[in-house]
Design a protein around this ligand. Sequence first.
Ligand SMILES: Cc1cc2nc3c(=O)[nH]c(=O)nc-3n(C[C@H](O)[C@H](O)[C@H](O)COP(=O)(O)OP(=O)(O)OC[C@H]3O[C@@H](n4cnc5c(N)ncnc54)[C@H](O)[C@@H]3O)c2cc1C
Length: 409
Amino acid sequence: MTTVNKRDVIVVGAGPVGMIAGLALQKKGISCVVIEAEEKDAPRAGSRAIFLHSASLKLLEETSQGLGFELAKNGIIWPIKRTLFRGKEVYVRNYGITNNQDTTKLPHFTSLHQHHIEKIIYDACIAAGVEFVYGEPAKNLDIAKDGVKLTTASGDVWEADYVIGCDGARSVVREQAGIEFEGPRTHDTFLVVDIEEDENDPMPVERIFHYQHPAMGRRNVMYVPFKGGLRVDLQLLADDKVEDYTSEEGLKEWLPKVMDPKYAERVTWVSSYRFHQVVADSFTDPNCRILLAGEAAHLFAPFGARGLNSGVPDAIIAVRGIEQAIQAKNEEERRQAIDAAATERRIAAKWNRDGSTTALHHLQGESKEMNLKRELAASLVSVVPTLGRWLDEGPYGPKFGPPELTTKY
Ligand SMILES: Cc1cc2nc3c(=O)[nH]c(=O)nc-3n(C[C@H](O)[C@H](O)[C@H](O)COP(=O)(O)OP(=O)(O)OC[C@H]3O[C@@H](n4cnc5c(N)ncnc54)[C@H](O)[C@@H]3O)c2cc1C
């Protein structure tokens, strides 16, 4: 006979967003399990987030005391940001010495590799007693009015009042709930190269953006430092052959043109991306038993670092919505609580997608109007310095976040 495991909430996926959902539920005393398809310690997909905003650190600190500060102190803050246009500096800002070891105030951001972020969140989960089940892909979800029955690939059955789908871009939860992604895919190809720092002779800790790098045939190049390394983003041109840049020989050819040649021997990751700009058409199902969070709910180009930074509030607001639903006095109130959380995060996701679309538009070379605007701005910075700031901020999109929370939790 099949044993049926029961919890108040099942979280599907133990990526960063699923772990945060599990942690937030556990801290609220709501019984939960986090079910993960891969075995524990299986290699994680790709090289991804390196930048966490202060808003994410604050939310994580509120969820689990010490977690925001732990992430801050394990990352770095770059004191200098610099922008060049065809080799000429058009903007520089030096914030002076920055302190990520302050134990009283969270910094504006922290920069560390996603593997490192996940390890710190996992440790907080273990300390809080979050239950994980590894190596069990969720396969089938029977979503009824009064709860969800989830069957894994090995035939294990789990029942819960709610499921938070944090199972990433190819989410089974999203698919089983009949929810679709809406939106385009970019046609520009970006290369992401991670480089290990030479601790004996480190690079200056500066975030640098080069529009039309002269040594790279006018391709855009961005450098973002993170703890222990540096990420180099190269935007390829429409006719470029990706393998010419990602192969070992290709890398050895172009990387020394944009940095000290020794770093060509210190590459830890290289990949090419064409990004999706998609948002789920609903963040819940008609029975209000499912909530989607993180990449199960949206995919954005990383310019402006909106992916994980919006996955954090997705998870935390999903948990707050479920907490309210559990306390609801009737079915209408219950549905309203779930619906409010889903709606709020969908509005935020669309806002974030618009933000990364603005950033992409700024970067792409296909709009004559934008090409002209950038060129004019670069030629006028000495007389209108604010244009330098516009050039500096453009690749990351608008700085302000989604509208104020409508729901009071
Ligand atoms: C190049 C790049 C740079 C980025 N930079 C940033 C950045 O600086 N800042 C930022 O905020 N974001 C950034 N992002 C985005 C960020 O990496 C993602 O938003 C984040 O990883 C999403 O986390 P997640 O937990 O939703 O999904 P994932 O990390 O994909 O985790 C999903 C988990 O679900 C599991 N799973 C899948 N299917 C099942 C199933 N059927 N059953 C059970 N488990 C399942 C998977 O194994 C996985 O463990 C970047 C992304 C890229 C590609």
